[in-house]
Design a protein around this ligand. Structure first.
Ligand SMILES: Nc1ncnc2c1ncn2[C@@H]1O[C@H](COP(=O)(O)OP(=O)(O)O)[C@@H](O)[C@H]1O
Ligand SMILES: [Mg+2]
Length: 236
């Protein structure tokens, strides 16, 4: 359902992504791994259209989206939870959630706004208590729950999660991990997860893509690529 073909991307003249290729099947959970600075976030930015691709192709649901605008990609089912959340600080929690709902494809409008919101509130009950608060005053954990809730409201086909538990208090980390495990069980959408924690990655991923210096250095199904091998690749 997603295919990257020899994607090259630059920040200015710095060549960051080098012939990045990998695929994701419908409903699959893929973990994108690698040390800090190897290009994981940059890879997600090329997928969402926030960073242009210099050469190569991105195919999503059989369609070439390489040059499509960010909002079009969102409407076609690509949802993004960026590293550091990036929720809109002056909008309330409810307004931030609405932004996700408005990206829902027309076809799924059989679900009412109330039903769609209720699903998110079931996952993250805390949000119901802070609906009228501006996003900017929330704690890191609350912001992350809001960012994931907003992504889910768009009814994605592929959810991009960039280090969703980074810098969040441990009690909320467990809750967020449980929610992601629930997403996997539901198989409603595929997940591309950037994750530093090997333990959580090993528990969740059906496939690994391991990057080094802007390139994919190994990829494969979890049973072909044992946790030990992943560890080895990450430490070289
Ligand atoms: N906005 C930017 N402008 C210039 N260089 C950047 C920018 N963002 C990231 N980089 C550089 O691109 C490389 C990859 O960064 P990134 O994709 O954020 O890595 P990761 O997410 O794997 O930690 C790093 O060398 C980083 O310094
Ligand atoms: Mg990153």
């Amino acid at each position: 359902m997603l295919k990257l073909e020899d994607v090259n991307a630059y920040y200015g003249e710095s060549h960051i992504l080098r012939n990045v290729s990998f695929t994701i099947e419908p409903g699959q959970v893929v973990c994108l791994m690698g040390r800090n600075g190897v290009g994981k976030t940059t890879t997600l930015k090329t997928l969402t259209g926030l960073l242009p691709v210099r050469s190569g192709k991105i195919i999503f649901n059989g369609k070439d989206i390489t040059n499509e605008k960010t909002d079009r990609r969102a409407q076609e089912g690509l949802a993004y939870v960026p590293q550091g959340r990036e929720i809109i600080p002056h909008l309330t929690v409810r307004e931030n959630l609405l932004l996700g709902y408005w990206n829902r494809p027309k076809l799924s409008s059989d679900v009412s706004e109330k039903e769609a919101f209720d699903e998110v509130f079931k996952l993250f009950p805390k949000l119901t208590q802070i609906l009228n608060r501006p996003g900017g005053v929330l704690s890191g954990g609350e912001q992350q729950q809001l960012a994931i809730g907003r992504a889910i409201l768009s009814s994605p086909k592929l959810l991009l999660l960039d280090e969703p538990t980074e810098g969040i208090q441990p009690s909320i980390v467990d809750h967020i991990e449980d929610v992601i495990i629930g997403f996997k069980a539901s198989r409603r959408f595929a997940i591309l997860l950037v994750e530093q924690g090997l333990h959580f990655a090993a528990r969740l991923a059906e496939k690994y893509v391991i990057m080094a210096k802007g390139a994919v250095m190994a990829s494969g199904k979890s049973d072909e690529l044992s946790a030990e091998m992943v560890k080895l690749h990450l430490t070289v």
